[in-house]
Design a protein around this ligand. Structure first.
Ligand code: IMP
Ligand code: MG
Length: 183
């Protein structure tokens, strides 16, 4: 494994997450929200974001995987996650979304396939509102038009790990966001 390079140090992540929390707290002042984290990558972002909310907030989690040929880790590194576009639900939320303020919390927006699927799925449950919070965004990789409502950092097309993000399930526990060099 090549050496990882720090892209966004932990202090910058913490600062930006507190800004996102302040913005969400302002936008939903006086209301309650459900944070719906996309497993597993969003777990760390969700836990930090939640502690920066000055709101009545509850948690839920949803799990997805992609149909088609899952790339090997090294292919995923070279060309990102190129699924067939079909997303499969592996774990549904535990509670009703009807008339609730939902904030879908994701680690990174890449092609946009996962978030587009999840937004459609949850919109069908008639929430009061549905917003997307993503720590990272790689807009140059988009296959479907999608914009996050609360985005931490826009980054170039690099493969990143840490702060919840993995490479073959590893490195989720790194406190900084790091680039895995493509050699
Ligand atoms: P999308 O459906 O292509 O937008 O896929 C988003 C998912 O792909 C994220 O939730 C991550 O699990 C994964 N992903 C995309 N880019 C990266 C990356 O640079 N590092 C780690 N995982 C990534
Ligand atoms: Mg992943």
């Amino acid at each position: 494994m090549p050496e990882l390079k720090v892209l966004i140090p932990r202090a910058d992540v913490a600062q930006r997450v507190s800004e996102l929390g302040a913005q969400i707290s302002k936008d939903f002042a006086g209301q309650s929200v459900i944070l719906v984290g996309v497993l597993k990558g969003a777990a760390i972002f969700l836990s930090d974001l939640a502690r920066n909310l000055d709101l009545d907030a509850t948690f839920d989690f949803i799990g997805v995987s992609s149909y088609g040929n899952r790339p090997t880790p090294s292919q995923e590194l070279m060309s990102g996650w190129d699924s067939t576009g079909e997303v499969k639900l592996t774990k549904d939320v535990d509670q009703s979304m009807k008339d609730r303020n939902i904030i879908l919390v994701e680690d990174i927006l890449d092609t946009g396939l996962t978030m587009t699927y999840l937004k459609q799925l949850l919109m069908a449950r008639q929430p009061r509102s549905l917003k997307v919070a993503a720590l990272l965004d790689k807009p140059s990789r988009r296959k479907l038009p999608l914009e996050g409502d609360y985005v931490g950092f826009k980054i170039p097309d690099e493969f990143v790990v840490g702060y919840g993000l993995d490479y073959a399930e590893k490195y989720r526990n790194l406190p900084d966001i790091c680039v895995v060099p493509r050699e």
